[in-house]
Design a protein around this ligand. Structure first.
Ligand SMILES: Nc1ncnc2c1ncn2[C@@H]1O[C@H](COP(=O)(O)OP(=O)(O)OP(=O)(O)O)[C@@H](O)[C@H]1O
Ligand SMILES: [Mg+2]
Length: 496
């Protein structure tokens, strides 16, 4: 059965970070021609394992073997020379350089000692065309959307002649079409006998492409299973050590006053003639393909992007073009999709990030003193609601795993009451157990009388949580669905 040769193997591999044993004596092996999924809760050690495999970090103990021979990687570059190439969770692109320059970084073509720009561009175009990714080679990376940056990161990882390819949540912000394109490519790599390590929290994806799944928990390997025979609920139980009965809660629908009323809104960010309303006691979903303008809509309402036409009425007051500060004060909480650039201060602890919005208000005592105890109490409580382990509160958020950073961002919204909560892609990168905890937070907010908007590319999420759904297409609202009319085919029909 397992006649395929082992390409890469770890023996009792461990990684100790200050205060955390992130990886604890893990034995793992990757065979030629397989997709091997790493599965586990946020902070389980998945990214740490691949950082060691890809030369981005050095093991504290244990060994890595390639084709049975022990190897040690001095750098990512060194691992690449051994045929191991990784697409990391956090992007490593240089924002000021163009797409083509980023793709060529490290092995630029030269002619008579000079950089050969024509060859650089041609090579980039070929790589992107092969992937069918629609990105302009001359564009600086700073001008790309998150999805485009993700595509570029993937293209960067692929274009070397690698025998081991590693993907850390590569589809987090891709559209379905791009995801399917990536999967076709992975199938091609498998056929060429490459080995693929793939990290994902998405069960559907795992079912579609995995051959084997290794489950990690608290840095330890729990087991490796055959993906064809394991069931989804078994995997989730292995991951978290407990069964999760129901991921999506049934949220009571008791619509009250209209909190937000938008008419004919337009923004230079691509939104055109958008009208919608949101009431207290309801969850409104905003669905649409990546790049359809659904993020732009609420960015404009919240004051992050400019409004060029139309009206925004919030809590009965006209607030068209108001600043973020004004909207916050008026009672709108907004969770941005891009946690890295907009939501969190990386050098601050999780606790400091969570209490940041309170510094000018409830936490200011007399004489300029901060009410530390209250702040502590509020952040501990918020962390508990989003299932963030208390030991993570005092860590700098830059050192938290990707999913745990998302929890901190979510927790930031829970320390003071708002009339409207807007969550843009709330569960990107969070594990199934946490996902269910975050949905229960949304339920509590909504049933407590707040209005909730969930902007999401994750269709099942929108379908299960929303009482009403607006579907966006090319910057416009293509339709609205209510109650029982919300189903997959109706939403998809409005997508295209
Ligand atoms: N550079 C670092 N310094 C200190 N601790 C770190 C560092 N990198 C990761 N950790 C810690 O190591 C543990 C494992 O993190 P890792 O990023 O591997 O998790 P993960 O399984 O990839 O989670 P996620 O699904 O959220 O991406 C976490 O407790 C994390 O906070
Ligand atoms: Mg990770």
């Amino acid at each position: 059965m397992h006649a395929d040769p082992v390409l890469l193997e770890t023996v009792a591999l461990s990684k100790q970070y200050p205060g955390v044993l992130a990886l604890d004596a893990v034995d793992f092996d990757l065979r030629a021609g397989e997709v091997h999924v790493l599965f586990g809760e946020n902070g389980a050690g998945k990214s740490t394992l691949i950082a060691l495999l890809a030369g981005a970090a050095t093991p504290s103990s244990g060994a890595i073997r390639m084709h049975g021979v022990r190897v040690q990687f001095a750098s990512v570059h060194d691992a690449r020379r051994h045929g191991i190439s990784a697409v990391f969770q956090e992007f490593s692109l240089v924002p000021t350089l163009s797409v083509a320059q980023n793709l060529g970084l490290g092995d630029e073509p030269s002619r008579r000692g000079l950089l050969d720009c024509a060859a650089l561009n041609a090579r980039a175009r070929t790589v992107l065309a092969e992937l069918d990714f629609d990105i302009d080679c001359a564009e600086p990376v700073s001008g790309l959307t998150r999805a485009q940056q993700q595509m570029l990161e993937i293209a960067k990882g692929l274009h070397r002649n690698a025998s081991v390819l590693i993907f850390d949540e590569p589809t987090a912000s891709l559209t379905d079409k791009e995801t399917q394109r990536l999967f076709a490519l992975i199938a091609q790599l498998k056929a060429q006998r490459a080995g693929i390590v793939y990290i994902s929290h998405r069960m559907q994806e795992i079912a579609q492409i995995a051959d084997r799944v290794t489950v990690l928990r608290d840095g330890k390997k729990i087991t490796t299973v055959d993906a064809r025979t394991v069931r989804t609920d078994e995997l989730i139980e292995l991951m978290s050590g407990r069964a999760i009965a129901q991921i999506y809660p049934d949220i009571a629908h008791r619509p009250g006053d209209t909190v937000l009323e938008v008419t004919g809104l337009a923004s230079p960010n691509g939104v055109r003639n958008a009208s919608l309303s949101v009431r207290r006691g309801e969850v409104v979903g905003i669905a649409g393909l990546v790049g359809c303008g659904k993020s732009g809509l609420f960015r404009a309402i919240y004051g992050l992007d400019r409004v060029s036409a139309g009206q925004v009425r919030f809590q009965g007051r006209l607030c068209t073009g108001a600043s973020v500060r004004e909207m916050l004060r008026a009672g709108l909480f907004y969770l941005p999709a891009d946690r890295k650039s907009e939501g969190l201060v990386p050098g601050f602890s999780a606790h400091a990030n969570i209490t940041l919005p309170l510094l000018s208000g409830p936490l200011r005592g007399c004489g300029g003193w901060l009410r530390q105890r209250l702040g502590r109490h509020l952040s501990v409580q918020a962390a508990q609601q989003v299932a963030l382990a208390p030991r993570n509160l005092d860590k700098s958020v830059a050192l938290l795993s990707g999913g745990n950073q998302q929890k901190v961002l979510f927790a930031k919204g829970l320390t003071r009451a708002a009339a409207l909560y807007v969550f843009d892609e709330p569960t990107v990168g969070v594990d199934a157990g946490t996902r269910s905890a975050l949905y229960r937070v949304i339920q509590t907010l909504c049933e407590g009388g707040a209005a909730v908007v969930v902007v999401s590319s994750d269709l099942p999420e929108v379908l299960h949580l929303s009482h009403r759904v607006y579907v966006m297409r090319q910057g416009e609202i293509a339709g609205e669905l209510c109650g029982d009319a919300i189903d997959e085919s109706a939403v998809l029909g409005l997508f295209f």
